[in-house]
Design a protein around this ligand. Structure first.
Ligand code: ATP
Length: 287
Protein backbone atom coordinates (compact mmCIF):
# COMPACT_ATOMS: atom_id res chain seq x y z
CA UNK A 1 0.00 0.00 0.00
CA UNK A 2 1.35 3.42 -0.98
CA UNK A 3 2.22 6.17 1.52
CA UNK A 4 2.98 9.82 0.71
CA UNK A 5 4.07 12.80 2.85
CA UNK A 6 2.99 16.39 2.26
CA UNK A 7 3.57 19.78 3.86
CA UNK A 8 0.50 21.99 4.43
CA UNK A 9 1.61 25.63 4.58
CA UNK A 10 0.03 28.40 6.66
CA UNK A 11 -0.75 31.87 5.28
CA UNK A 12 -0.73 35.45 6.48
CA UNK A 13 -2.64 38.44 5.07
CA UNK A 14 -0.50 41.38 3.99
CA UNK A 15 -3.67 43.41 3.44
CA UNK A 16 -7.34 42.65 4.12
CA UNK A 17 -10.23 44.91 3.18
CA UNK A 18 -13.97 44.29 3.54
CA UNK A 19 -15.82 45.88 0.62
CA UNK A 20 -19.38 45.05 1.69
CA UNK A 21 -21.86 42.35 2.60
CA UNK A 22 -23.57 40.24 -0.04
CA UNK A 23 -27.23 39.22 -0.03
CA UNK A 24 -26.23 35.65 0.96
CA UNK A 25 -24.54 36.94 4.13
CA UNK A 26 -20.93 36.50 2.95
CA UNK A 27 -18.62 39.49 3.04
CA UNK A 28 -17.00 40.74 -0.14
CA UNK A 29 -13.26 41.02 0.54
CA UNK A 30 -10.09 42.16 -1.19
CA UNK A 31 -6.85 40.88 0.30
CA UNK A 32 -3.27 39.95 -0.43
CA UNK A 33 -2.49 36.49 0.91
CA UNK A 34 1.00 35.13 1.42
CA UNK A 35 2.16 31.56 2.06
CA UNK A 36 4.66 31.10 4.88
CA UNK A 37 7.12 28.32 5.73
CA UNK A 38 5.29 27.25 8.89
CA UNK A 39 3.49 24.00 8.02
CA UNK A 40 1.65 20.94 9.24
CA UNK A 41 3.00 17.56 8.18
CA UNK A 42 0.49 15.26 6.49
CA UNK A 43 0.91 11.58 5.82
CA UNK A 44 -1.49 9.76 3.49
CA UNK A 45 -1.50 5.95 3.59
CA UNK A 46 -3.58 4.03 1.12
CA UNK A 47 -5.95 1.49 2.72
CA UNK A 48 -8.62 -0.87 1.40
CA UNK A 49 -11.63 1.29 2.22
CA UNK A 50 -12.94 4.17 4.31
CA UNK A 51 -11.24 7.24 5.78
CA UNK A 52 -9.37 7.16 9.08
CA UNK A 53 -7.87 10.28 10.58
CA UNK A 54 -5.40 10.87 13.40
CA UNK A 55 -4.39 14.34 14.60
CA UNK A 56 -2.03 15.17 17.48
CA UNK A 57 -3.87 18.27 18.74
CA UNK A 58 -6.54 18.48 21.49
CA UNK A 59 -8.50 21.27 19.73
CA UNK A 60 -8.68 19.56 16.36
CA UNK A 61 -11.38 16.93 15.68
CA UNK A 62 -10.26 13.34 15.02
CA UNK A 63 -13.35 12.51 12.97
CA UNK A 64 -15.51 13.57 10.03
CA UNK A 65 -15.61 17.18 11.34
CA UNK A 66 -11.95 17.58 10.43
CA UNK A 67 -11.66 19.64 7.24
CA UNK A 68 -9.01 17.22 5.94
CA UNK A 69 -11.47 14.31 6.40
CA UNK A 70 -14.14 16.30 4.53
CA UNK A 71 -11.65 16.96 1.70
CA UNK A 72 -10.96 13.21 1.35
CA UNK A 73 -14.65 12.38 1.50
CA UNK A 74 -15.52 14.98 -1.17
CA UNK A 75 -12.82 13.67 -3.50
CA UNK A 76 -13.94 10.06 -2.95
CA UNK A 77 -17.55 10.92 -3.85
CA UNK A 78 -16.81 13.10 -6.86
CA UNK A 79 -14.18 10.78 -8.35
CA UNK A 80 -15.87 7.46 -7.46
CA UNK A 81 -12.77 6.08 -5.76
CA UNK A 82 -12.73 2.41 -4.75
CA UNK A 83 -10.02 2.73 -2.15
CA UNK A 84 -9.54 4.27 1.29
CA UNK A 85 -7.00 6.41 3.11
CA UNK A 86 -5.53 6.86 6.57
CA UNK A 87 -4.65 10.52 7.17
CA UNK A 88 -2.17 11.50 9.88
CA UNK A 89 -1.70 15.20 10.68
CA UNK A 90 1.13 16.58 12.80
CA UNK A 91 -0.11 20.09 13.64
CA UNK A 92 2.45 22.89 13.89
CA UNK A 93 0.14 25.67 12.70
CA UNK A 94 -1.66 27.23 15.69
CA UNK A 95 -5.40 26.42 15.65
CA UNK A 96 -8.20 29.01 15.19
CA UNK A 97 -5.48 31.55 14.68
CA UNK A 98 -6.12 33.34 11.35
CA UNK A 99 -3.41 31.28 9.66
CA UNK A 100 -5.73 29.01 7.59
CA UNK A 101 -4.50 25.85 9.35
CA UNK A 102 -7.56 23.72 8.63
CA UNK A 103 -7.89 25.00 5.06
CA UNK A 104 -4.25 24.22 4.42
CA UNK A 105 -4.64 20.63 5.66
CA UNK A 106 -7.70 20.21 3.41
CA UNK A 107 -5.77 21.64 0.44
CA UNK A 108 -2.83 19.27 1.02
CA UNK A 109 -5.21 16.30 1.24
CA UNK A 110 -6.88 17.22 -2.09
CA UNK A 111 -3.49 17.64 -3.81
CA UNK A 112 -2.08 14.53 -2.11
CA UNK A 113 -4.97 12.18 -2.83
CA UNK A 114 -5.08 13.32 -6.46
CA UNK A 115 -1.55 11.90 -6.60
CA UNK A 116 -2.06 8.84 -4.36
CA UNK A 117 -5.16 7.73 -6.23
CA UNK A 118 -3.88 8.80 -9.70
CA UNK A 119 -7.00 10.86 -10.39
CA UNK A 120 -5.40 13.23 -12.89
CA UNK A 121 -7.37 16.32 -11.76
CA UNK A 122 -5.91 19.72 -12.72
CA UNK A 123 -4.95 22.36 -10.15
CA UNK A 124 -7.98 24.37 -11.32
CA UNK A 125 -10.32 21.41 -10.75
CA UNK A 126 -8.86 20.82 -7.28
CA UNK A 127 -9.31 24.52 -6.46
CA UNK A 128 -12.96 24.38 -7.53
CA UNK A 129 -13.54 21.35 -5.30
CA UNK A 130 -11.65 23.12 -2.49
CA UNK A 131 -13.96 26.14 -2.64
CA UNK A 132 -16.81 23.83 -1.52
CA UNK A 133 -14.89 23.21 1.72
CA UNK A 134 -13.91 26.77 2.63
CA UNK A 135 -13.03 30.14 1.11
CA UNK A 136 -9.29 29.82 1.96
CA UNK A 137 -8.83 26.32 0.48
CA UNK A 138 -8.27 27.39 -3.17
CA UNK A 139 -5.55 29.82 -2.07
CA UNK A 140 -3.87 27.08 -0.02
CA UNK A 141 -3.77 24.90 -3.16
CA UNK A 142 -2.31 27.73 -5.27
CA UNK A 143 0.12 29.21 -2.71
CA UNK A 144 2.59 32.09 -3.12
CA UNK A 145 1.59 35.75 -3.16
CA UNK A 146 -1.97 36.20 -4.35
CA UNK A 147 -4.61 38.94 -4.61
CA UNK A 148 -7.93 37.40 -3.52
CA UNK A 149 -11.34 38.92 -4.29
CA UNK A 150 -15.02 38.01 -4.03
CA UNK A 151 -15.44 35.89 -0.91
CA UNK A 152 -11.72 35.15 -1.14
CA UNK A 153 -11.91 32.48 -3.84
CA UNK A 154 -11.22 34.65 -6.92
CA UNK A 155 -7.44 34.49 -7.08
CA UNK A 156 -4.97 36.58 -9.05
CA UNK A 157 -1.32 35.59 -8.52
CA UNK A 158 1.00 38.62 -8.19
CA UNK A 159 4.80 38.87 -8.19
CA UNK A 160 6.17 36.75 -5.40
CA UNK A 161 7.39 38.49 -2.31
CA UNK A 162 11.12 38.23 -1.52
CA UNK A 163 11.78 35.83 1.40
CA UNK A 164 11.25 37.83 4.58
CA UNK A 165 11.81 36.68 8.16
CA UNK A 166 8.75 36.77 10.40
CA UNK A 167 7.87 36.61 14.04
CA UNK A 168 4.38 35.21 14.80
CA UNK A 169 2.57 35.53 18.10
CA UNK A 170 -0.62 33.55 18.70
CA UNK A 171 -2.26 34.83 21.91
CA UNK A 172 -3.76 32.14 24.20
CA UNK A 173 -7.33 32.90 23.11
CA UNK A 174 -8.90 31.31 20.04
CA UNK A 175 -11.09 33.41 17.77
CA UNK A 176 -13.57 32.19 15.20
CA UNK A 177 -13.60 33.89 11.82
CA UNK A 178 -17.41 33.90 11.87
CA UNK A 179 -17.47 35.79 15.17
CA UNK A 180 -15.25 38.61 13.88
CA UNK A 181 -17.11 39.00 10.58
CA UNK A 182 -20.43 39.12 12.43
CA UNK A 183 -19.08 41.98 14.58
CA UNK A 184 -17.61 43.84 11.59
CA UNK A 185 -18.60 47.49 11.51
CA UNK A 186 -17.05 50.14 9.21
CA UNK A 187 -17.36 52.60 12.12
CA UNK A 188 -14.61 50.70 13.99
CA UNK A 189 -12.16 50.79 11.06
CA UNK A 190 -9.28 53.25 11.49
CA UNK A 191 -7.39 52.68 8.25
CA UNK A 192 -8.23 51.02 4.92
CA UNK A 193 -5.51 49.26 2.88
CA UNK A 194 -4.11 51.01 -0.20
CA UNK A 195 -3.99 48.05 -2.54
CA UNK A 196 -2.09 49.81 -5.36
CA UNK A 197 0.65 50.99 -3.01
CA UNK A 198 1.11 47.50 -1.57
CA UNK A 199 1.20 45.90 -5.03
CA UNK A 200 3.84 48.46 -6.08
CA UNK A 201 5.90 47.63 -2.96
CA UNK A 202 5.69 43.91 -3.79
CA UNK A 203 6.56 44.46 -7.47
CA UNK A 204 9.55 46.65 -6.57
CA UNK A 205 10.54 44.29 -3.72
CA UNK A 206 10.63 47.36 -1.48
CA UNK A 207 10.38 46.09 2.11
CA UNK A 208 9.82 49.59 3.54
CA UNK A 209 6.81 50.18 1.26
CA UNK A 210 5.48 46.71 2.11
CA UNK A 211 5.86 47.36 5.85
CA UNK A 212 4.19 50.79 5.55
CA UNK A 213 1.18 49.27 3.78
CA UNK A 214 0.38 46.33 6.07
CA UNK A 215 -3.29 47.02 6.87
CA UNK A 216 -6.12 44.66 7.90
CA UNK A 217 -9.56 46.16 8.63
CA UNK A 218 -10.48 43.12 10.76
CA UNK A 219 -7.64 44.00 13.13
CA UNK A 220 -9.63 47.02 14.35
CA UNK A 221 -12.58 44.76 15.15
CA UNK A 222 -10.55 42.08 16.96
CA UNK A 223 -8.48 44.62 18.94
CA UNK A 224 -11.67 46.41 19.97
CA UNK A 225 -13.40 43.27 21.30
CA UNK A 226 -10.29 41.46 22.58
CA UNK A 227 -8.10 43.98 24.48
CA UNK A 228 -5.58 41.23 25.36
CA UNK A 229 -4.63 41.08 21.66
CA UNK A 230 -4.13 44.87 21.68
CA UNK A 231 -1.88 44.50 24.76
CA UNK A 232 0.29 41.94 22.97
CA UNK A 233 0.49 44.14 19.87
CA UNK A 234 1.64 47.03 22.12
CA UNK A 235 4.29 44.80 23.73
CA UNK A 236 5.61 43.84 20.28
CA UNK A 237 5.76 47.50 19.19
CA UNK A 238 7.49 48.48 22.46
CA UNK A 239 10.16 45.84 21.74
CA UNK A 240 11.03 47.82 18.62
CA UNK A 241 9.18 45.73 16.03
CA UNK A 242 8.14 48.40 13.52
CA UNK A 243 5.45 46.62 11.53
CA UNK A 244 3.03 44.41 13.42
CA UNK A 245 -0.22 43.23 11.84
CA UNK A 246 -2.92 40.74 12.67
CA UNK A 247 -3.46 37.91 10.16
CA UNK A 248 -7.00 37.17 8.90
CA UNK A 249 -9.55 37.50 11.68
CA UNK A 250 -6.83 36.87 14.26
CA UNK A 251 -5.74 36.61 16.87
CA UNK A 252 -2.25 35.84 15.46
CA UNK A 253 -0.03 38.90 15.09
CA UNK A 254 3.01 38.91 12.82
CA UNK A 255 5.97 41.23 12.34
CA UNK A 256 8.33 41.42 9.36
CA UNK A 257 11.96 41.55 10.52
CA UNK A 258 15.26 42.16 8.74
CA UNK A 259 17.12 38.89 9.45
CA UNK A 260 16.74 35.44 10.97
CA UNK A 261 19.09 36.55 13.80
CA UNK A 262 16.70 39.40 14.70
CA UNK A 263 13.76 37.00 14.44
CA UNK A 264 15.42 34.55 16.84
CA UNK A 265 16.25 37.31 19.33
CA UNK A 266 12.67 38.64 19.24
CA UNK A 267 11.21 35.13 19.60
CA UNK A 268 13.30 34.50 22.75
CA UNK A 269 12.43 37.89 24.23
CA UNK A 270 8.70 37.54 23.48
CA UNK A 271 8.56 33.99 24.89
CA UNK A 272 9.55 35.33 28.29
CA UNK A 273 6.83 38.02 28.42
CA UNK A 274 3.88 36.74 26.41
CA UNK A 275 1.12 34.31 27.20
CA UNK A 276 0.82 32.40 23.93
CA UNK A 277 2.75 30.70 21.14
CA UNK A 278 5.73 32.56 19.65
CA UNK A 279 7.14 31.25 16.38
CA UNK A 280 9.95 32.40 14.07
CA UNK A 281 9.39 31.60 10.39
CA UNK A 282 9.58 33.28 6.97
CA UNK A 283 7.48 34.01 3.93
CA UNK A 284 7.45 31.16 1.42
CA UNK A 285 6.14 29.85 -1.86
CA UNK A 286 3.57 27.41 -0.44
CA UNK A 287 2.74 24.43 -2.64
P1 ATP B 1 -8.87 30.77 8.72
O1 ATP B 1 -7.61 31.61 8.78
O2 ATP B 1 -9.01 30.01 7.42
O3 ATP B 1 -10.09 31.48 9.15
P2 ATP B 1 -8.08 29.65 11.22
O4 ATP B 1 -6.59 29.54 11.14
O5 ATP B 1 -8.60 30.85 11.91
O6 ATP B 1 -8.66 29.56 9.76
P3 ATP B 1 -8.31 26.84 11.84
O7 ATP B 1 -7.01 26.57 12.50
O8 ATP B 1 -8.50 26.36 10.45
O9 ATP B 1 -8.69 28.39 11.92
O10 ATP B 1 -9.42 26.21 12.82
C1 ATP B 1 -10.75 26.62 12.85
C2 ATP B 1 -11.59 25.50 13.49
O11 ATP B 1 -11.67 24.40 12.58
C3 ATP B 1 -11.00 24.95 14.78
O12 ATP B 1 -11.84 25.26 15.83
C4 ATP B 1 -10.90 23.42 14.57
O13 ATP B 1 -11.50 22.68 15.59
C5 ATP B 1 -11.59 23.15 13.24
N1 ATP B 1 -10.79 22.23 12.37
C6 ATP B 1 -11.28 21.29 11.58
N2 ATP B 1 -10.31 20.65 10.91
C7 ATP B 1 -9.15 21.22 11.27
C8 ATP B 1 -7.78 20.99 10.92
N3 ATP B 1 -7.41 20.05 10.05
N4 ATP B 1 -6.86 21.79 11.48
C9 ATP B 1 -7.22 22.77 12.35
N5 ATP B 1 -8.49 23.00 12.74
C10 ATP B 1 -9.46 22.24 12.20
Amino acid sequence: MKELQFSAYAKINLTLDVLGKRADGYHEVEMIMQSIDLHDQISLQEQKSGIDILVNHPLVPNDEDNLAYRAASLLMETSQVNSGVRIEIAKNIPVAAGLAGGSSDAAAVLVGLNQLWNLGLSKQELMELGSQLGADVPFCILGGTVLAKGIGTELIPVESLPEIDLVLVKPEISISTKDIYSRYSPALVKRKPELKAMLTGIRERNIQTIKANLVNVLEDITLHYYPEVQRIKDQMLEMGLSSVLMSGSGPTLFALVDSSEIAEKCVNQLKSVINGQVIGTRTGKGN
